[in-house]
Every structure is written in structure tokens, then in C-alpha cells.
Design a protein around this ligand. Sequence first.
Ligand SMILES: Nc1nc2c(ncn2[C@@H]2O[C@H](COP(=O)(O)OP(=O)(O)OP(=O)(O)O)[C@@H](O)[C@H]2O)c(=O)[nH]1
Ligand SMILES: [Mg+2]
Length: 250
Amino acid sequence: MRAHPHDRTCPPLEPTAAVVVVPTYNEAENIGRLVPLILARDPRLSVLVVDDGSPDGTAAIVKALPGFGDRIMLLERTKKEGLGAAYIAAFKWILANTKFDVVFEMDADFSHDPSALDEFIVAIRDHDLVLGSRYLYGITVVNWPLRRLVLSVGANRYAGFVTGLPIKDCTGGFKCFRRSTLERLPLDRIRSDGYSFQIETTYICWKKGLSIREIPIMFVDRQVGISKMSKRIILEAMWMIWAMRLRRTH
Ligand SMILES: Nc1nc2c(ncn2[C@@H]2O[C@H](COP(=O)(O)OP(=O)(O)OP(=O)(O)O)[C@@H](O)[C@H]2O)c(=O)[nH]1
Ligand SMILES: [Mg+2]
């Protein structure tokens, strides 16, 4: 039987510099407040915002922040191409142009609490991938309408059932990779976008035998701004999970 990813070991790492990647599409009401809170958590942290040409001026807000060009970076893309494409562009840019040894994924809409970053930094010392989990000890989700919760819990059960991935929350977007983990992902072959991007990256890490840790997080529904969740994203996840399982190699 395959060892549980939590039980696998990897060489210890003492993070020296970490970057938090925040994808944005129309997050003008959130991004200017979020970035300083991230930077205040730890002097080792920088932020890379990946904006898909948001018409609401999200990029201009980032450029006006104190520290822009230093601990705050911006990757501007011309049009909305989805969360997965934004992360892949960011990961490639980080691997080619920086020396960060730890890379985070985090949403811009305050669903992910910046104070949780501390715990991720501790956990990544002993793991290749750390996942913020809403379903580790019961359900730690605040303010979601019931249908959204049912969809998310159902998607996680379905993904676990089809793929065998022994992870309680594999669709979440609060994640922390070692640089060495990102280097092992076949970034040119990952095609998926919304939820399925999150499942696919974690699934590949699991298949490669990397050590994965889930830590509990409190997830709070967005207070301001517009949701980008769509039927297309849900349908994509439903077939991607089968495509992943049926594909032999990654
Ligand atoms: N660059 C980029 N960012 C995106 C895109 N779609 C979503 N995002 C960002 O990805 C993060 C997660 O998207 P959300 O819209 O919050 O998705 P969600 O959490 O499933 O849904 P809600 O919280 O209900 O809106 C947010 O920071 C979004 O701004 C995209 O096409 N491009
Ligand atoms: Mg959100």
C-alpha cells in the first residue's frame, strides 16, 4: 500500500525567502489592503500579483503601493485566461527570474487569512507541499451559502473517490510549495483552470511520491468583489479528474 503523503519524509528546509503569488481579476477593493498584511507577517515574504488586465484598475493599485518593485511585484497579462494559466505563468517567471525557495498560492479576496502564513512557513520545513485545508477537522468555512458548501464538499469527495488522493481538501487555493516541488511539476502540460488546477497540481505531487501536509485553515467567503466561479469551472473539474486518472504519466 502506498504511504500516506503526510508520513513521507523529505530533507529539511529552512526557508530564507518566500513569495506569495496572488492571482487577481477585478480585485481593486481587496488587493491594496491585502498586500501590506502579507508583508507584515514575515520579513522573508514578498508578493507577486498576477493580474489578467482587470478593467477595474487592480494593477494600478498594486503599482502605487509603497514597496512596489522591491518586495511587491506585478505580472501583467493582457486578458483573462483563468486561474490556472495565471499561476503557471507566475511559477515559470519565478523559476526563471528569482531565487525564492518557497512559493505560496493565495486568493486576493480575504477568504485566506494572512495570519495563517506563519504556520505554512513552519510546516514547509518538513514537507514538499503544504495545503490549507477547510475539511481537516470538521468544516472550517464561514458564510458560504449551503449550495456552495455542498458543491465544495461533494467535489472533494468525488475527486478522492476517482483518484484515490488521500487529501481532505484538494480543491483549495491556499497552498505552499517548495521551489524544488514546483521544479518537478510539468508546467507545460497542465491545462486546467479553476478547481481542477488545484486538484491536478496536488495529484501530480502525490503521484511523484512527495510529502504533503494539510494544515487546518479558516475559510471566509469573500466580503467584496465579484465571484468568478462558473458552471464551466465545475464541469472542467468533473472531466479533468478522470483525464488525470486515466493518463499514465505526468
Ligand atoms: N489572474 C487571474 N486571477 C483570477 C482569475 N479568475 C479568478 N482569479 C483570482 O483567483 C482568486 C480566486 O478566485 P475567486 O473568484 O475568489 O474564486 P472562488 O474563491 O472560487 O469564488 P468566490 O470567492 O465566490 O469569488 C481570486 O484572487 C481571483 O481574483 C483569472 O482568470 N485570472
Ligand atoms: Mg474567493
